[in-house]
Design a protein around this ligand. Sequence first.
Ligand SMILES: Cc1cc2nc3c(=O)[nH]c(=O)nc-3n(C[C@H](O)[C@H](O)[C@H](O)COP(=O)(O)OP(=O)(O)OC[C@H]3O[C@@H](n4cnc5c(N)ncnc54)[C@H](O)[C@@H]3O)c2cc1C
Length: 389
Amino acid sequence: MKVVDLVVIGAGLSGCSLLARLHQLGVQGSMAVVEAGRGPGGRTATRRRRDDQTWRLDHGAPGFNVRAPGNSGVEAILAPLRASGTLKREWGLFKGLDHNGRLVEVPEEKLLEGEWLRGHPTMASVCEGLLEQASSRLKRLYGCRIRRLKKTSSGWELSDEQGAVVLMAKQLVLSGTLLAHPRSLSMLAWPDIPLREAVPIGDDPRLDAALDVLENSSASIRWNLMLEIKGLGDQKLPRQIWLTPKAKERWQVERLVFQEQPGSVLGVVVHGLDDGSTITPDRQPGLMAKQEERIRLLLPDLIRQIPGLSGIPGDDLKPLSLGMMRWGAAQPMDHPLPEDLQWCPASGIGFCGDWIEGPGFGRAEGALLSSMALAEQLAASHSMSKPVI
Ligand SMILES: Cc1cc2nc3c(=O)[nH]c(=O)nc-3n(C[C@H](O)[C@H](O)[C@H](O)COP(=O)(O)OP(=O)(O)OC[C@H]3O[C@@H](n4cnc5c(N)ncnc54)[C@H](O)[C@@H]3O)c2cc1C
């Protein structure tokens, strides 16, 4: 198997923006991206339906805000997306919803400050557009979840869940925490933390420090219910309805996201908050069903006073459930990884994602900023070839 210079695990915003930026910086080594999902997007992915080719639903982040503009790297990778119309200023309306189900002003919220951007036609278009900026020789592997990492004399060996070696690389970037965070022990019933298993304690003090941070941090979970509503006519709905703090407390829901589909059909995502139950492979189906039932039962209360939806669940407008999506966010809620631990040269491993310290921690902006910082460090490292200018 050919050993590539760099493999990025994860084709979410951070992995894709890292690859785009490395190309812009002229880093020329051979590269690959491997992603567990069916395509690029990660938590900014878009759900499609086999039975309806026109259906598109942004079932994760429906957009993102930029609170700390001015990062030259971020601006440089977003510029082509803005120019092509793939990334636009949010054009939909935002509203708030209080604990009595009344539409009110949008509550104050960190996720809403600054410039709001949205992928066009869908959120997945953003990551797709970023990968178009990466090297045309980029090797892409989708639908493959890496389960094991092994450090060999020629670099990293990556194996899938069946134990097959799928890639070998001199350097490795983890854009999610799945292979490094202890949540996989219960959530996936893995007996070990793959990265810890691959590099024994003491071999690389920087990596030890990074893994220590993750070990002491918890990860956040969300339960999103996806719905289809037919027969709306010309009724225009806001793009997002954010619950006020009191309403969140009452319903354990963060917001409602609406996405028009062709033919007076509406896609709705109810962003449900987590109750802290431990997720294991055995318990997951039951928890999923419980969350779906919970959100379905409170839906009439939530939408009772929203113009255009107030008839639901009457006879004409019946929301059809398209199922739940559990987002096991890679992002540790409390302890960001310090930026100076993002690159561990002794092991040839780097980290990017919204779990890295910085002004965008926990948000899409953090994913972008972390990748710009890592791209600079990788470009400066001597192990990857750069063109002679
Ligand atoms: C429901 C929801 C709503 C959100 N709303 C907002 C918002 O309004 N504003 C905002 O700024 N942010 C929001 N976010 C957060 C935002 O989506 C994230 O900050 C951003 O998308 C993170 O990008 P990332 O690349 O760091 O991580 P991810 O998108 O999680 O990408 C990591 C990728 O790595 C892949 N991966 C991980 N491990 C492996 C493995 N072992 N093998 C193969 N592939 C692997 C995963 O499948 C994933 O695609 C929201 C997130 C969710 C879930």
